[in-house]
Ligand binder design. Structure first.
Ligand code: NAD
Ligand code: AKB
Length: 316
């Protein structure tokens, strides 16, 4: 039975990934950790340890103390925040990964490390970025993801570290808020639509990006991690695709449930980041190698998001 450590566990993905891992392996087998200090840790988050992934000694001590065998290393700075503080993003995204990979090498740990569609840049195949399309990003975040992918492959090939990775698209979820990305609008719009029936989007109406509903992202992660090692033929991030839509298309779909919704557009710096990313990716390797298949389409994702959020939002 694996003993699992999740870093960055209080974030958008970690919150749901910890819950899914605990359902499979048991509550005590999954240690959630994050840099944030929790004074009163809710049961769902326990066991929880406050940990800065840049503190390699503390990270290693925790891994030894808890006899950890697998790490899901999620702690990172995302694209929009990364453009505000590029060198800080580089330090967290790279040094945090090096700390994890280096300990994995000596302690024979299995690692999951998320990459992103941000590995692609404006000179790539924008309409349909293939697994091995050119990766020449223009953001600090994207540069850290390309470098991180190559280091994962290096640690696999040179030291035999079983490290696996997915290039997530923009993720949509209702449990924890997104943490400073360019695709955050696709979550914010639901909250504002339910509370105020209007939303001002920071991207232009026709900005199409690859997106995925969180249950699909969690399933992809668990599927990749449980695949036999010889089926994991790619040791950089796997392309995985589910949906491609623009703010206008998302607003139209939400409008079918909330007809009085009004959407306004006020593009900001994040437009430049979005314009550099692909509109869709080719994920046939993931489908072939470990049978990846998405379940949620735009209409089923929107209906499920609204159903879940309506239970949380008052005055609707
Ligand atoms: P998030 O910003 O919601 O969560 C990141 C967590 O890391 C936060 O809870 C934060 O407190 C924690 N953290 C920050 N600095 C830390 C440190 N020094 N030590 C320990 N924890 C620290 O991010 P997320 O959306 O959950 O993303 C997780 C991973 O998935 C990241 O690598 C991100 O690049 C990747 N990813 C996310 C998306 C998405 O749409 N959410 C898409 C592609 C890739
Ligand atoms: C972001 O917008 O930064 C993330 C991502 C696609 O990596 N959601």
């Amino acid at each position: 039975m694996p003993k699992i450590l999740v870093t960055g566990a209080l974030g958008q993905i970690g919150t749901e990934l910890c819950a899914a891992l605990r359902l499979i392996h048991g509550q005590e087998q999954v240690i959630a950790s994050d840099i944030r200090i929790l004074n009163d840790t809710p049961f769902a988050i326990r066991p929880y340890v406050q940990l800065d992934v840049l503190d390699k000694i503390a990270l290693h001590a925790l891994i030894l103390k808890e006899k950890i065998t697998e790490v899901y290393h999620l702690a990172a700075t995302l694209s929009a925040t990364g453009e505000k503080h590029p060198l800080k993003a580089w330090e967290l995204n790279m040094q945090g990964l090096f700390n994890v990979l280096d300990i994995a090498k000596t302690d024979k740990l299995k690692i999951f490390w998320p990459s992103s569609i941000a590995v692609f840049g404006p000179t790539g195949n924008k309409a349909f970025s293939q697994q091995h399309s050119v990766t020449a990003p223009t953001t600090a975040y994207g540069i850290s993801k390309v470098a991180g992918e190559l280091w994962c492959k290096y640690y696999h090939e040179q030291y035999g570290v079983d490290v696996r990775s997915i290039r997530y698209p923009g993720l949509i979820s209702h449990t924890a808020p997104p943490g400073g990305g360019t695709t955050d609008y696709a979550v914010d719009i639901f909250h504002q639509a339910l509370k105020h029936r209007h939303y001002t989007c920071f991207l232009k109406p026709h900005t199409t990006l690859p997106m995925m509903y969180m249950p699909d992202a969690i399933r992809a992660t668990l599927q990749l991690m449980s695949a036999p090692a010889d089926k994991v033929k790619i040791r950089i991030g796997y392309n995985v695709h589910a949906l491609s839509f623009s703010p206008e298309q998302l607003a139209q779909e939400i409008g079918k449930h909330l007809p009085s919704l009004k959407i306004y557009y006020k593009p900001d710096d994040r437009q430049v980041i979005a314009d550099s990313w692909p509109t869709s990716v080719d994920d046939h390797h993931a489908r072939q190698d470990w049978h990846w298949q998405h379940e949620f389409e735009l209409d089923t994702m929107v209906a499920d998001m609204l159903k879940n959020l309506k239970q949380l939002v008052q005055h609707i």
